[in-house]
Design a protein around this ligand. Structure first.
Ligand code: C5P
Length: 399
């Protein structure tokens, strides 16, 4: 379970106190937990306890500007690997079964593209009510997974089904749900990211401003979709995504060797800003400051994208990037043909776009048949969408 993330929606029931224990048990197992506390849930446990145990901000209000500024409700619902509702009240089940979205919890449930696991907790009469029976059947038909409820004495003094599953039972159900295959399960992905550094002497190098954020987000999304993912990264200042095998390199030649060591793969996404040239020679010692500035002779680096695209062990799908400052689409279309890759993700990195090093990206996806312009999106969302498109292509659902 380590490295997975769960969005925990805590509904309003006395069983909410068990959700605090659930957070503890998940954190112990290396699962990160972000919580939504419904208004009714907040009558039973405090946001402070949830925040203290989860180590994350607690989200409570659909219309809170501060919450939305931290993380929009759509992203909140999509950034986790699994959405868990515990306790799932009769009301929350009814809302999702009928598609209501009138508070943060129900909106997140409707907006998510991830699996949903519910741990119902309610009075036995409510559980047995025909309306709840109908909602349960609808939700199961929609693919919602259930754990519990158990039989026993209830806080209201009655006896029967309706007790929320115990935290460790919910942990086991979460473990099983996370292990279910994703759209890219069984497939292998290679992603390059970050800049390369081309040394001049032992202390100096040529490099570029790539932060690696977009490539890391793509690797994260591919891994979350179930692909066995290897990320070949130049030097960057960001943490590797969980469940991704990271190969650190410095130069373009090292990056190519690392990529070739990973073949065969089903898909390669070359998001690295590989230095096109490197100094012809590498000085053994630091070049001393003299009268005249030293001349720098550059030679071409291998083109990793073109090499993978034309190689004998070509991945079924090869995706390149094109960072352009003018004629973005036209240059990218030409680049797709020249490099021999299947798709190009093109973006405008001109001064003032803030894309280099920024959190968002505005891209065009260029395939053999079409050019799609995506709206401005978080780099993580670009990763999620691209992973979904890759899954469609590799599973034969799309061109
Ligand atoms: O030719 P240009 O550098 O603009 O092409 C960008 C695309 O090519 C990116 O996908 C980048 O990762 C890849 N590339 C590469 N090896 C190089 C240069 C670029 O893989 N030496």
């Amino acid at each position: 379970m380590r490295g997975h993330s769960v969005l925990l929606i805590i509904g309003g029931g006395i069983a909410a106190y068990k959700s605090l224990e659930l957070i503890r048990r998940l954190k112990e197992r290396g699962v990160s937990v972000r919580a939504v506390l419904t208004r009714a849930g907040g009558e039973f446990i405090t946001p402070l306890s949830v925040a203290a145990l989860s180590g994350e901000q607690v989200f409570q209000d659909l219309f809170s500007l501060t919450d939305e500024a931290q993380m929009g409700h759509i992203e909140l619902s999509r950034s986790a690997d699994l959405v868990v509702v515990a306790p799932a009240t009769a009301d929350l089940m009814a809302k999702l079964a009928n598609g209501h979205a009138n508070d943060l919890a129900s909106t997140a449930l409707l907006a998510t593209d991830k699996r949903v696991l519910m741990a119902p907790a309610m009075n036995v009469r409510m559980w047995n009510h025909p309306a709840t029976r109908r909602n349960l059947a609808t939700l199961k038909g929609d693919g919602v997974i259930f754990v519990g409820p158990g039989d026993g004495e209830m806080a209201c003094g009655e006896f029967g089904p309706g007790r929320m599953a115990e935290p460790l039972e919910i942990v086991a159900a979460i473990d099983a749900a996370l292990a279910l295959p994703g759209p890219l399960s069984g497939l292998k992905a290679l992603v390059t990211a970050g800049p390369t550094q081309e040394p001049l002497d032992p202390v100096r190098f040529l490099a570029n401003r790539s932060s690696g954020k977009q490539g890391y987000a793509i690797a994260d999304a591919l891994a979350r979709a179930g692909a066995e993912t290897v990320l070949v990264s130049g030097p960057v200042a960001i943490a590797p995504p969980p469940r991704v095998k990271l190969l650190r390199v410095e130069t373009a030649r090292e990056m190519l060797a690392a990529c070739e060591s990973v073949l065969p793969v089903d898909v390669a996404v070359c998001a690295a800003a590989v230095a096109d040239w490197r100094p012809e020679s590498l000085a053994d010692n630091k070049i001393k400051k003299g009268e005249n500035a030293p001349a720098l002779t550059l030679i071409a680096n291998p083109d990793i994208l073109a090499t993978l695209s034309h190689g004998a062990r070509r991945p079924a799908l090869v995706v390149g990037f094109a960072a352009e400052t003018e004629n973005v689409i036209a240059f990218a279309q030409e680049k797709r043909l020249r490099k021999g890759c299947d798709w190009i993700v093109a973006n405008d990195v001109g001064p003032g776009t803030g894309i280099m090093g920024g959190e968002t990206n505005t891209v065009h996806l260029i395939t053999a048949n079409a050019t799609e312009s995506w709206p401005q999106l978080d780099k993580s969302e670009v990763g999620v969408r691209l992973a979904a498109r890759i899954a469609d292509a590799l599973r034969g659902n799309a061109a």
